[in-house]
Design a binder for this molecule. Structure first.
Ligand code: ASP
Length: 453
């Protein structure tokens, strides 16, 4: 691999930088973005979100666009949100000293009108939502003196709605000029029938990863309004330490258990290509941020972070000689499956087993499932246990170190927290404990205190 200085000369190393909505919310923020892009000649691929909130009471452009769409579809008055959208782009253009956008906003207004009149209109929900990124990318490209990349022509979805790998070649073909800076609108592509289709909300992160893979980026920088990930939820632990480096696997565990980071699907295009993701703060560009990598030296500390959430139910089933009954577990899971419910964990003993299920998944299905279990399995005892919180303590280093679980359980014991469930997968990347919801916060603090000095 070239060193950065050689790369700057040869132009071979490429950095993709994706800027989120708050990083592009107004002209002042966009000026910061320009300074960041211009400070490294390798930052030639800029993926943008639609303008986000300027403060906590502000509206996101994507939300306003969706409001317009919902109102127009019911033939209700959408003039107010449409006015707010125009005013926002106009003000940004004025403050940046560039020409205002007219055509793409006029087109949106015309399509909304057709929609309201039930005429043939381009304005599907996704088309409308994608307009925010489309318009903003045009403005930012103009301000940076960069080339606009029509991502709708490059990013394609297959018949199942998944990303079509042809997208990589399409993007690469349009971004091959080594001297150019490119601005790519995030969040959308086109489906098989040629209609605009968006990724899930927050999906510009995914576009950033796709572009990174397409151009073979050295690193995918994801610029946002925080300086990376923290080792625990700051609403629970006071001033938790930042995470400097985390593996894709560790991140998935943390994100699944509630750490809000990047969009989950974001990681795949980058991780499959082995491209590290660097989370950076547009408002504090010198902060280290968090680097997400394929492997890391995990020998220093045992854990990388703690995440958890409340809202898990447990079905406890007891039956004498359960261990000798073939197919008992399968029948339990079959009943969950036919009711469309997935499970999280299944700790078991000789004559009993428990199934832990996320409440968002279980709600509404519980009575039917319990009845079917009772009828099919005739248990000696069955109980729906009170709601539990799960806490994942995550770290690749765990497998190599003696005493991690000793420290964890010691800390819980000292703080008087009763552990209701323990699960450590064979991957040995995390230890999950289940505690009563009332104990959640003190358990997280105790575990954090045990590992972080
Ligand atoms: N603008 C879109 C949203 O608000 C996508 C994104 O910002 O990533 O969800």
């Amino acid at each position: 691999m070239n060193s950065p200085s050689e790369a700057a000369v040869s132009g071979a190393e490429k950095i993709v930088c994706k800027f989120g909505g708050t990083s592009l919310a107004d002209a002042a923020q966009i000026r910061k973005v320009r300074a960041i892009v211009q400070s490294d000649p390798r930052r030639r691929f800029v993926v943008v979100s639609a303008p986000g909130k300027r403060d906590k009471d502000d509206a996101k452009i994507t939300d306003l666009l969706l409001t317009c769409w919902h109102l127009a579809a019911q033939n209700l008055d959408y003039s107010e949100p449409l006015h707010l959208i125009r005013a926002r782009y106009d003000q940004i253009a004025r403050d940046l000293g560039i020409a205002p956008l007219t055509d793409p906003l006029d087109e949106a207004a015309a399509e909304l009108e057709k929609l309201a009149r039930h005429e043939d209109s381009l304005a599907t929900r996704d088309w409308m939502a994608a307009r925010g990124e489309f318009c903003h990318a045009l403005l930012i490209a103009e301000f940076l003196g960069a080339q606009f990349v029509p991502s709708g022509e490059c990013i394609r979805f297959d018949e199942e709605g998944l990303l079509d790998p042809i997208s990589y070649a399409n993007l690469a073909a349009l971004m091959s000029d080594e001297g150019a800076i490119y601005v790519v609108p995030g969040f959308y592509g086109r489906d098989q029938s040629g209609r605009i289709k968006t990724f899930p909300r927050g999906g510009s992160d995914i576009t950033g990863a796709v572009v990174s893979r397409a151009v073979g980026a050295l690193v995918y920088e994801n610029w946002t309004d925080v300086s990376g990930l923290l080792m625990a939820d700051p609403r629970v632990v006071e001033h938790p330490k930042p995470i400097e480096e985390v593996t894709y696997r560790e991140l998935r565990e943390l994100a699944y258990m509630g750490a809000s980071v990047l969009h989950e699907e974001t990681i795949f295009p980058a991780s499959q290509a082995g491209i590290p993701i660097q989370i950076k703060n547009t408002n504090a560009p010198d902060d280290a941020g968090t680097r997400i990598v394929a492997t890391r030296d995990a020998s220093d500390v045992g854990i990388v972070g703690i995440a958890g959430r409340k809202g898990f139910s447990t079905i406890y089933i007891e039956k004498a000689m359960m261990n000798q009954q073939r197919g008992f577990g399968r029948r339990v899971l079959e009943i969950l499956e036919t009711n469309g419910v997935s499970f999280e964990h299944m700790p078991s003993a000789l004559d009993s087993m428990s199934v832990v299920i996320g409440d968002e998944n279980f709600d509404g299905h519980a009575p039917t499932i319990l009845k079917e279990l009772e009828r099919t399995l005739e248990p000696d005892r069955m109980e729906l246990l009170p709601p539990m919180a799960l806490i994942a303590t995550v770290g690749e280093g765990m497998a190599l170190r003696v005493g991690v679980s000793g420290r964890l359980f010691g800390a819980l014991r000292e703080s008087g927290v009763n552990v209701r469930m323990i699960s450590q997968g064979a991957s040995e990347i995390n230890i999950i404990v289940g505690v009563s919801e009332a104990d959640y916060e003190s358990a997280v603090r105790a575990i954090y205190g045990a590992f972080v000095a």
